[in-house]
Design a protein around this ligand. Sequence first.
Ligand code: NAD
Length: 350
Amino acid sequence: MFTYTANPARVVFGSGTLAVVPDEVQRLDASRVLLVAGKSAAKAAGQTADALGPLLAARFGEPAMHTPVDVTERALALVAEHSVDCVVAIGGGSATGLAKALALRTDIPQVIVPTTYAGSEMTPVVGQTEHGRKTTQSSPKVLPEVVVYDVDLTLGLPVPTSLTSGVNAMAHAVEALYSAQANPIVDQFALEAIRLLAAALPRIAADPSDVDARTDALRAAWLAGSCLGSVGMGLHHKLCHTLGGSFGLPHAETHTIVLPHAMAYNAPNAVDAMRRIAEALGAPDAPTAVFDLIASLPVPHSLAEIGLAEGDLAKAAELATAAPYPNPRELTRDGIEDLLRHAWSGTRPA
Ligand code: NAD
């Protein structure tokens, strides 16, 4: 027996799909849109504002990383002031996070147009920060109603962000395969996401305007986001949340550095998952294959490089083992400190 939780959303995928946003708003029977987009999506937001015409009620241009509650409250004031009945968010996980935080409070429908590979648009989870603390909660209200993937919007995503965001997506897929809730449906999403990303990321590094590689990476991000939304994550996500939350390390870069080391730690207790990942990568061993893939990309390769002090390793290990997520291998203080030391120096797993 197995259980599969689908997170229903209407998805439009392709090139030039940004143009369908006004139709999607009307399909939702909405007519007063709040358009959320940061600076990186300013051009797409301008086009969308023009296309929305009278459907546009207000705009908000400052979504922020990790969804700070004070930012949400400023946007919420616009929702009330302009009788907003739908939010359209264009951008990465930060813009999506703000739309979700508004939906959590008002239940207004969301149309999300993702421009990175973080995958938040496929999950019913919102993480919010207040007074320096990040808390996450899951609610059906938070799950976006419509997701419009437009490959064209990812062509300008800078190479370093594209690659780290892509490995962030790969991490969702890897951990889905050894999740306590793993099931054959999500496994297929995960393996396809890993296969697509491993092939697409080096091509994006070589030519960021390679439309085929961008299409594969965005489709993989969709699949990986579905993994993240359907099954629980383990050690790797716990470590990244700890390093991001308590030491201020950047989200996608941290995922990129930690992933092969977390895989190497879990490998003895996730033999079948690792075999299937290795198969998808066409390599004999999954953790070293993922390490070598990342090593070949122009991204940071060690926690030292992104500013973690060596003296913080013991504290990070203590925090990560204090309230662990379910994981195939037991988390020991020494084992996790050793893992973090490898990630800190960027050494290849044995
Ligand atoms: P982000 O939205 O902050 O984007 C990263 C950077 O890329 C930003 O500087 C942004 O301005 C820039 N950018 C985005 N799209 C661009 C484009 N097309 N062209 C040029 N620049 C562009 O962050 P992210 O990495 O997309 O997402 C990370 C955030 O999402 C974190 O806060 C994380 O916690 C959250 N997240 C949440 C979930 C969930 O399920 N709740 C899942 C994944 C990530």
